[in-house]
Design a binder for this molecule. Structure first.
Ligand code: ATP
Length: 242
């Protein structure tokens, strides 16, 4: 059984149909890059997988459980499927460590000591063991994003969704965040990422999914997709991305 199965998914905002029948199966340990032009529906697809958007038609199954529009169910789902955004969304008046502890305590009702032990392990995993007591404004953007990754990992997700996690960063800070994502991929984490980092996608991802106007146009191994794009839309997109 696939870890994530998306069947005939449709999603509209008012009369604007943004996802027009998406079918995609994602296996455990896969690293998927969603690529495509702005407005093609990549972020919306991620948000649907995480239950942040209600869907109009079709079905999404995560770990064998079908996603239903029920608040309790969605809260459980969001615990299983972590998400990291372009903006880090850290609480400014809490230390990095407290930021990583918070959801564990509030959502998972973990005792403080247990949440702290996990937070310390995850801060170490993203290379920030020494920044546990720093406040977000004492950290670089790259470090803040790594704290956001540690926070997501502390919830022990079965998959992690990444929505343009390096787009808000200064160019010199991109590599340190991508390195953390690369390590997670190596460790076998299931990752679905919207990215404009084509070199990274080519290097790290097991499959590329090219979206165009709300549909999946092409899916394949990065080297095949880049070497042999079948549709003019992907040829044009690859041309633009270089
Ligand atoms: N909350 C919303 N309400 C109304 N329309 C929305 C909403 N979110 C997205 N859309 C529309 O859905 C379409 C797809 O947007 P989406 O953000 O999924 O695209 P994308 O491929 O991720 O683009 P980008 O690379 O720019 O983030 C766009 O036309 C956008 O205007």
């Amino acid at each position: 059984m696939s870890l994530i199965a998306i069947d005939a998914l449709r999603k509209s905002y008012g009369s604007n149909e943004v996802l027009k029948g998406i079918d995609l199966k994602i296996e455990k340990g896969e690293v998927i890059a969603l690529i495509g032009k702005s407005g093609s529906g990549k972020s919306t697809l991620l948000r649907c997988i995480n239950g942040l958007e209600t869907i109009n038609e079709g079905a999404i199954t995560v770990g064998g459980q079908q996603l239903v529009n029920d608040e309790l169910h969605l809260r459980n789902l969001r615990q299983k499927v972590g998400m990291i955004f372009q903006q880090f969304n850290l609480f400014p008046h809490k230390t990095a460590g407290q930021n990583v502890m918070l959801a564990q305590q509030v959502v998972k009702k973990k005792p403080k000591a247990e949440a702290e032990a996990m937070a310390r392990r995850m801060m170490e995993r993203v290379g920030l063991a020494d920044k546990f007591d720093s406040y977000p404004d004492q950290l670089s953007g790259g470090q803040q994003q790594r704290v956001a990754i540690a926070r997501a990992l502390a919830m022990e997700p079965t998959a992690l969704l990444c929505d343009e996690v390096t787009s808000a960063l200064d160019p010199e800070l991109v590599a340190e965040v991508l390195q953390v994502v690369r390590d997670l991929a190596k460790e076998g984490m299931t990752l679905v990422m919207v990215t404009h980092e084509m070199a990274f996608a080519r290097d790290v991802c097991s499959r590329l999914v090219f979206m165009h106007q709300g549909r999946i146009h092409e899916v394949g191994r990065p080297e095949e997709v880049f070497a042999n794009p079948k549709t003019p839309e992907l040829r044009s997109f690859i041309g633009m991305a270089h």
